[in-house]
Ligand binder design. Structure first.
Ligand code: ARG
Ligand code: ZN
Length: 485
């Protein structure tokens, strides 16, 4: 987009003419390289992101020539805005070799720093607040390596390749939470900078591809290669972008009217050819789960929902509109957990990694709500969490170390915080709270302090106090009791 002229407001002119003081130049923040080097300063991931950068949209084209091998070819155009002048753009990137960079269509100088995990681009002029620009990056080769901070050396995050074995074809998919997306996508790879996505995946004949969002028409090219296009129209955090390539069977079902204003949510699941019936069975009740959860949380935030089943033993992940479900994690409990993350995690997103309990605690609590909807004993479920925590030990909910991001406290203590709120205010007010919270922060981000402030406004001082004890206490608070209706 062309530069927008700075508008001088008439009142400002009047003030300037009447003012007797000598005119002071307006302070302009520097647009220096040192300024550009400033990251988002996440306490747990200090290297991630660029301060002042706002990526609005990623338009990504990826070609996977040999599914099951790690190589890929990509071209992405980012729509950028800035909240402070940026003389240099510093994207997180550890991916394949960069062959070209363009700024608004014109070749631009760039530098790859693999130690810092950054791709730096110098635009012809600083990007200033109020402007937008298009930054295109073309790349090809092997994805980078980010080890899961949680699982140590065992799990590589980001772009995954599953080699062909026996009669199984090769496959690829993404598993990025918390910081794996920049192994395959130049990005502002931090949850505080959510964006929309258009994704085009080109795969050889016989393969299918899927991604977060609503699918468009499939285009067939040379040698039967096909390009699948997906539009993720609501902003999501970068880690929640899901991409899948396999010999998939795509199973569709009628839409479920749980979207905004009763809109139908598209339903499709992707099962690798040969997925056994007991795995598919875990996803047989997705429609009912969507209905039960939207009863508590309000309208489902996106245009589609389903699962992409993958074969490696890995954690499940709530990739937007299309959860990543390993065979080994294909249980009803995990299924409902990942659906809940579409509201809490993907639509209402913790702004810092330290606040990830706001994702995991809500998703864990959805397991209890689902159990109750099936006639199960929710209080017994909560009591098990409490027993687990008193056995294993616990901590205040805001994480201070990377090893705490996905620990028992994030999930089960986080869930018990919500149980405590429910016990304090009753089911009707609890439901109203959940719906108001999801609606208020839909599409945005939240941290623990803002969450507690919202709780005080919505659920009153007693509700806030109940939550706060669970957020802050060093010791494990007593088990909250929700009396069955
Ligand atoms: N958010 C995932 C879930 O549904 C867990 C991801 C775990 N990630 C990790 N790097 N250990 O619970
Ligand atoms: Zn989770």
């Amino acid at each position: 987009m062309p530069n927008r002229r700075q508008k001088v407001r008439p009142l400002f002119l009047l003030w300037a003419m009447l003012s007797t003081a000598p005119a002071q130049p307006l302070p302009t923040p520097p647009a220096s390289a040192a300024e550009a080097a400033r990251t988002l300063g996440d306490p747990l991931f200090p290297g991630l992101g660029q301060l002042g950068l706002d990526v609005r949209h990623y338009d990504l084209s990826l070609t996977v020539e040999r599914p099951g091998t790690p190589g890929l070819r990509g071209a992405v155009t980012l729509t950028l805005a800035a909240t402070r002048p940026l003389a240099e753009l510093r994207l997180d990137f550890l991916g394949p070799a960069v062959s070209a960079v363009r700024w608004n269509g014109q070749p631009a100088p760039f530098r790859v720093d693999r130690t810092a995990g950054k791709l730096s681009v110098t635009p012809p002029a600083p990007l200033r607040p109020g402007q937008t620009a298009r930054l295109t990056v073309e790349y090809r080769g092997l994805p980078g390596e980010v080890l899961d901070p949680d699982f140590g050396v065992a799990v590589r995050l980001g772009w995954q390749s599953v080699p062909a074995a026996g009669d199984r074809a090769g496959a690829n998919f993404t598993l990025s939470e918390p910081n794996g997306t920049h192994t395959f996508l130049p990005s502002n790879d931090h949850p505080s900078d959510k964006a929309t996505f258009t994704t085009r995946l080109t795969v050889p004949a016989g393969f299918a591809a899927a991604a977060s969002g609503v699918e468009g028409p499939v285009v067939t090219g040379a040698n039967g290669a096909r390009t699948f296009v997906f539009t993720q129209a609501q902003p999501i955090p970068t880690y929640a972008l899901g991409l899948f390539v396999d010999r998939f069977e795509r199973v569709t079902a009628p839409g479920v009217p749980v979207g905004k204003g009763g809109a139908a949510v598209l339903r499709r699941d992707y099962f690798p050819v040969g997925t056994p019936p007991n795995v598919r069975a875990a996803y047989a009740r997705t429609d009912e789960m969507l209905r039960v959860l939207s009863g508590w949380f309000g309208p489902y935030p996106f245009g589609a929902y389903g699962v992409g089943v993958v074969t490696p033993r890995l954690p499940a992940l709530e990739t937007a509109t299309l959860s990543t479900m390993p065979l080994s994690m294909s249980t009803e409990r995990t299924a409902v957990h990942e659906i809940a993350h579409q509201w809490f995690g993907n639509d209402v997103t913790p702004a810092r990694w330290a606040d990830v309990w706001l994702s995991e605690g809500f998703a864990a609590y959805a397991e209890l709500l689902w159990t109750e909807s099936q006639g199960g004993d929710g209080q017994a479920y909560a009591a098990r969490w409490h027993a687990n925590l008193s056995r294993a030990g616990t901590r205040p909910l805001v994480a201070t170390q990377v090893s705490q991001l996905f620990d028992l406290s994030a999930y089960q203590r986080g869930a018990l915080a919500l149980h405590a709120l429910r016990a304090a205010v009753g089911d009707t007010a609890f439901r109203a709270f959940l719906r108001a919270y999801a609606a208020r922060f839909s599409g945005g981000t939240i941290d623990t302090a803002a969450f507690l402030a919202f709780a005080r406004a919505q659920a009153g001082p007693a509700g806030e106090a109940a939550l706060r004890e669970w957020v802050e206490a060093e010791e494990l608070p007593p088990l909250p009791v929700v009396v069955a209706r």
